[in-house]
Design a protein around this ligand. Sequence first.
Ligand code: EPZ
Length: 460
Amino acid sequence: MRDNAPRLGTSATAESITSKHTPHAFSNSHDSRVGDERIVVLGGVPLRGEVEVSGSKNSSLPILAASLLASKGQCILHNVPHIADVGTMCEMLQALGASVQREGHTVIIDAENLQSHSAPTELVRKMRASFYVAAPLLARLHRAEVPLPGGCVLGPRPVNYHIDAFQKMGAVTTVERGAMNAVAEHWHGASIYLEPKNSSVGATVNIMMAACLATGTTTIENAAREPEVVNLAEYLKKMGGKIRGAGTATITIQGVKELHGTEHTIYNDRIEAGTYLTAAGITGGDVTVHGLPPVHLSVYIDKLQEAGIEITHGDRWIRAATVQPLRATDVATAPFPGFATDLQAPFLTMMCLAEGRSAIEENVFDVRFNYAAELLRMGADITLTENTAIVRGVSKLSGAEVQATDLRAGAALVLAGLGAEGRTEVTKVEYIDRGYEHFVDKLRSLDGQVVRQTKSGNKK
Ligand code: EPZ
């Protein structure tokens, strides 16, 4: 670290974020004050060190929903992260009649007394993944009344592939007052063909869950191949489900009479891991992430190397070291194993400091460059065309007050602050709380000059 690098928590620095007192460890607060909280960053310090990756948000959510399929016995899930979206999904399961206990990173669900087929609107509107409960409700109760999740900052994000599949499996569906109402006299398997362009993750997991208790066989063509789909399939098989081909483009499910509770461990979060590796590149640092197989990030690792970052790895760790100036690199997002759309924002942020012109193409979502306007305020050079951002590297970014527009963009703006000169304040941190466990603590453990505080400047 440069010896004149600014430090947090002491009044000695020219522009320390605070001289009052050392900030407390971040607690995953969901109280109403979260709305006025912000993450304050002092840039210029290379991130160095090692970090343990937490359980995956995008594995936890479908697996929690799938626990509703167990008509007897407890479901014991390990390595479930303490993030807001997991809290929302646990509330959803309880609202439907399941009992849910959380003990550290373990969640125990008992869905024997699943009563309600109607999902509360406020929870579905809060989190799109709540729509995952539609499948277990239809599979077990042959009825489901689930509000449509609605669009978000990433675009309209319809659930037509999900509803089309439910209809093919015997559900009669109507959409009234913004909710899908589905009734299935006879719930049976079907051959489902998903759009190859999207290979929808959500549709794949919802259909896989729905098919486990359907009479006969279901095949999913052009299924999503994400590790989270594989993690869910492993869980469903432990519950008694009969599934073949998860992780490939064709998944076959043989329906059974009932599923039972089991014990399972959530995969670690590849998107979180990629975020911290990118933070090393943005700050000129050297970061090792522990807890996941490099194969979960193989294309991303290739792109980090193309950008000039030195990557080494073992079976369950990956290290990113900055050994030369960053190089401009073109990327195009795609379904797994392609370049993950959820890492588009962190990577684009890093390209703002790379020498040359990078083209960042977003092919999964309709709109996923909203955060670019915030980077422009920090001095980035970005022009947007149809679905591509052209980024021209600049010699420096300058700290500013910026606003998170979604979960991954929020994390990217904190990374931008770490790579900028001066002080950056990121607001709407509740977006980040949805998917990053102990984000501030982990960055601080890597020497990141980051604190979480309320608007009035009190430490969280
Ligand atoms: C999952 O969302 C993830 N969320 C997203 O992560 C991730 O970005 C996305 O998959 C792609 O990898 C969870 O796993 C909880 P899709 P999902 O269905 O399932 C269109 C994050 O930050 N589409 O694969 O909603 C859709 O509009 C989040 O962790 C339809 O048109 O994504 C999109 O353009 C963000 N009709 C594309 O397909 C449908 O019925 C891919 O969506 C379904 C999807």
